[in-house]
Design a protein around this ligand. Structure first.
Ligand SMILES: Cc1ncc(COP(=O)(O)O)c(C=O)c1O
Length: 544
């Protein structure tokens, strides 16, 4: 029923993974005229835009500086959905009619594994003993690995629950240590023992051709701070970074609130044209046009932001594409910030993920800065651990200087080093199980979307599906998109709307699937209810 509209254009598909864009092109025939659908008789999409983060600013405070007022305004205007959600959060027992959050990109599938590994009495290696398993009375004679694989296999067919209930194993603490140096002022770029561990970790998981160096590592409290710090140290006030859109929208404030840096959007669209092989494909041609456009408006562009795997598209860049984007940046002397915060959340085996650090030679190593964090890949967005890898010592030192305000507690640094060095647990327990659970949850949600006849873009990476709800908008406007979003919220399910990602086409939504079975099921029931009601409205509406 669903087609894969990947084009066989004769050009090699540089990316090995298949693009799942089920039905994307089979659902346009609803008679609605849409901005930028790419049809010849329609207005072409704008190819670039320069963000003015304060264009809608209002509400000065008599207590705050003008800067403080803007910072407060960002909070007030951006968080409506989350404020509503936090006032009425779903809880199976306490608030079953509360809001289900399919909007926040968090992995809630592996708390059982993580809590056992990182709590002070965690089992070493993380695998429960066979004795522990047999005491449970199920699968008791199997080795622990088999239990994990069994749940992984079950996961792909939507089991009643894809969270396996592994028992707590033997306690042997390796996560808790207190010594003077951990309680004193640290080296602001991070304790050496942690930077050494991060360098080893990234060398291994990014498959770097040569060992990465601890002196190129800076650790701090998450990628958000890193965006903020890099923007501040790389740009003058008012300068800009290019960013392919749709993109993870919070970057707008990350680079603006302290650094007063703007974003110049490289607009991508769903139509597959020319030599493109997938929807929303980034090409060097689009980068060139956006750069030229921003320059023509007098905006100085200092760098390019790449997110790989991409949020919200789940897109994964091939080594060839990465090289092309990096060479483009080098030609124009642009810095490249590569955000690889989802690099270990590629759950589809056929998708070959390549970190930028795996490239044999970076075109411009002094202007290439890579970021990673445990927020996504280890489902620990509340722990606040992130890292920068850059060969540029001026950049590393300037960011380190800001780490005085973004640093990590010595105790957390110790715990992170312990976690990152536990390759056995990561490789044999955590990653296979996490990927199996992500895949099972993704299989369930994508199956539901297919059953509803909804096209979507998904690539087997990240926690989200980029869903095409354009046919549910009576008119192709962002007002209608907002109305649909509100209707979801009124029906107690929070999604993220495309405008928050600076998507140019109204009607796209990001749906996060990395949640527990019961919440996901209920959330999808609510989504279905809204769409079944809403599709009636869309059908009734006159086409324009
Ligand atoms: C692409 C991307 N980068 C960075 C972040 C923020 O990361 P952190 O929680 O480490 O600040 C997010 C969070 O959603 C994200 O999606």
């Amino acid at each position: 029923m669903f087609i894969l509209p990947q084009k066989d254009s004769g050009t090699p598909t540089t990316s090995p993974g298949s693009v799942s864009t089920q039905g994307l092109h089979s659902n346009h025939g609803d008679g609605l005229e849409r901005e930028g659908s790419g049809k010849p008789d329609q207005k072409p999409l704008k190819l670039y835009g320069v963000g003015d983060p304060t264009a809608m600013f209002s509400s000065d405070s008599p207590y705050l500086s003008s800067r403080g007022s803007i910072i407060k305004w960002f909070w007030d205007s951006a968080e409506e959905g989350y404020r509503t959600y936090h006032m009425d959060e779903y809880d199976e027992d306490e608030n079953p009619s509360g809001i289900i959050n399919l909007g926040t990109s968090e992995n809630k599938l592996c708390f059982d594994l993580l809590s056992r590994r990182v709590s002070p009495g965690a089992p070493l290696g993380g695998i429960p003993s066979c004795k522990g398993l047999s005491s449970l009375g199920f699968l008791g004679t199997l080795p622990p690995e088999s239990l994990l694989l069994a749940s992984a296999a079950l996961g792909t067919t939507f089991p009643p629950s894809w969270e396996s209930h592994l028992p707590t194993g033997l306690s042997q603490s390796d996560m808790w240590r207190v010594e003077p140096s951990l309680l004193q002022y640290p080296d602001w770029r991070g304790h050496l023992f942690l930077r050494e561990e991060v360098a080893r970790f990234l060398s291994f998981y990014c498959r770097s051709p040569a060992p990465l160096k601890p002196e190129n590592v800076v650790v701090l409290n998450g990628c958000a701070s890193l965006f903020s710090a890099l923007a501040t140290v790389l740009c003058e006030v008012g300068e800009a970074f290019l960013i392919p859109a749709p993109y993870y929208g919070a970057i707008t404030q990350h680079v603006y609130l302290y650094g007063n840096v703007r974003l110049a959007y490289v607009y991508l669209d769903s139509e597959v044209t020319g030599l493109e092989t997938r929807p929303f494909q980034l090409t060097v041609e689009k980068l060139e046009m956006a750069l030229e456009g921003a320059n023509s408006e007098g905006v100085k562009v200092k760098g390019l932001i790449l997110i790989n795997p991409q949020n919200p598209l789940g897109d994964v860049y091939s080594p060839g594409e990465l090289q092309e984007y990096l060479k483009f940046a080098k030609r124009h002397e642009l810095h490249v910030m590569v955000d690889e915060v989802y690099m270990l959340s590629v759950f589809e085996e056929s998708v070959g993920y390549h970190s930028v650090l795996s490239l044999e030679r970076l075109p411009d190593p002094q202007r290439t800065h890579v970021m990673w964090a445990t927020s996504k890949d280890f489902g620990m967005s509340g722990l606040r651990f992130g890292t920068l890898y850059t060969e540029n010592q001026d950049v590393a030192t300037a960011v380190s200087s800001l780490c005085r305000y973004h640093g990590l507690s010595g105790l957390v640094q110790y715990q992170m080093a312990q976690l990152l060095r536990d390759r056995d647990w990561i490789n044999q327990v955590y990653l296979p199980e996490n990927h199996a659970r992500l895949k099972a949850a993704h299989t369930y949600v994508s199956g539901e979307l297919r059953a509803l006849g909804i096209p979507f873009v998904s690539r087997g990476a990240g926690f989200f599906i980029w869903v095409d709800l354009r046919k549910y908008l009576p008119a192709a406007t962002f007002d209608e998109e907002m109305l649909l979003w509100r209707r979801f919220l009124d029906n107690k399910v929070l999604l993220s709307l495309g405008q928050a990602f600076e998507c140019k086409e109204p009607g796209w939504f990001r749906l996060v699937f990395s949640d527990k079975t019961h919440r996901l099921r209920l959330g999808m029931q609510r989504v279905r209810r809204v769409l079944e009601g809403k599709s009636q409205v869309a059908e009734d509406a006159p086409s324009c």
